[in-house]
Design a protein around this ligand. Sequence first.
Ligand code: FAD
Ligand code: SF4
Length: 326
Amino acid sequence: MMRLPKFDYRTPRTIAEAAKVMADVGPDAQFVAGGTDLYPNMKRRQMTPRTVISVMRLAELNRVEGDGKSGLTIGASVLLADICEHPIILRDYPVIAQAARTISTPILRNMGTIGGNLLLDTRCNYYDQNYEWRKAINFCLKKDGDVCWVAPGSSKCWAVQSSDLVPVMVAIGAKFRLVSTLSERMIDAAAFYNDDGIDYLQKRPDELLVDILLPPTNGWRASYQKLRRRGAFDFPVLGVAAWVSLDRAGTVSDARLVLGAIAPSPVQVKEAEATLIGQQFDEEHIQAAAEACYNKARPLDNTDFVMNWRKQMTREYTLRALHELS
Ligand SMILES: Cc1cc2nc3c(=O)[nH]c(=O)nc-3n(C[C@H](O)[C@H](O)[C@H](O)COP(=O)(O)OP(=O)(O)OC[C@H]3O[C@@H](n4cnc5c(N)ncnc54)[C@H](O)[C@@H]3O)c2cc1C
Ligand code: SF4
C-alpha cells in the first residue's frame, strides 16, 4: 500500500491568510483542494510538500455568481459535483457541466474541484507510476531522472495536459484570477498553459487560483467530446472543445476549436477556425474543420491507445462536436 509522507496541514480561513502562510513557508508548501490529484502524487513521491495548505475553507472560493447575461464567476473550490448540477451553469453554460460530468467518478467529483482540475499535473505512462516502478527505469526528466522515455533525444517533457475542463475554458474564453502576497492578476485561459510537461502552467507556486471568470454567452454555443477507454471513468486521451458564434443568416461569425489530451498544453487549431469563420455552418465547412484538426493533432505514445488511432479519432470527435452544434 502506498502511504502519504508526513506533512503539516494548514486550514486558513481567508485569502490573505492563505497567501501569507504560503509566503512564510515558501517553496516547501503547496495548496490543496480536493486532493484527488495532489495526494496520489504525494503517495508516488512525485510531489513532496512539507506543508499542505487547504483552500476548502476560503468562502470566496466556494461561490458561483452571475449568469450568462453578465458573465459568471466560479470559485476555484466549487466541487465538480456541484458544477454538474448548478442551475445557472446547466442553463447558460451547459458545456461546462457536460465536460465536468465526464471527469472521473461520482465519488471523486464529490471531492475534486474545478480549480484543481484546471491545475492538474500533466500525465504520462512513464510518470504516473509508483516510486519503485519509476526507480526501476531510472526515473525520467519530469522527476528525478535525466532522460525522456517517450522521446529519448528530447530535452523537453511531453507529458500530457489531461484535464477535461481545460480545453473547454480555452474555447469559451475564460479568465483566471490569481492572488499572492505580491500581486493579483487575471490571465486568459488561452495564455495559461505552457507546451512543456514539467513547467506546464503560467502560475508561480505561491499564487492562489481564486476564481474563474466566464464571458457572457451572447448566443454562442459550445460542445465537448471526450475519447477514453472506459465510459464509466477514465482520463481523456483526446478531448475536443468546439465554440461557435453564428449571425442571423447562419454564417459563422467566430469559432474556436481546441484539442485536449494530445500535448503538454491545449492545442487551439486556428487553421480549423479559419475554415469556418465567414462561412455557412454547413457540412462542407464542418468537414474541412475536422480535417484541419486531424492534420494538426500530433499525439505521442505516452497515454492509452495507439497514437495513430488517436490522431484518426481527432477528425471523428471534431465532427461529433461540430455536428452537436449544428
Ligand atoms: C481515478 C481518477 C480518475 C480521474 N479522472 C479524471 C478525468 O477523467 N478527467 C480529469 O480531468 N481529471 C481526472 N482526475 C483528476 C482529478 O480528480 C480532477 O482533475 C480533480 O478535479 C482535481 O481537483 P482536486 O480539487 O482534487 O485537485 P487537488 O488534488 O486538490 O489539486 C490539484 C493541483 O492544483 C493545486 N491547487 C488546487 N487548488 C488550488 C488553488 N485554488 N490555487 C492554487 N493551486 C491549487 C494543487 O496544489 C495541485 O497541484 C482523476 C483522478 C483520479 C484519482
Ligand atoms: S514525457 Fe518523457 S520526461 Fe515527460 S513524464 Fe513522460 S517519460 Fe518523463
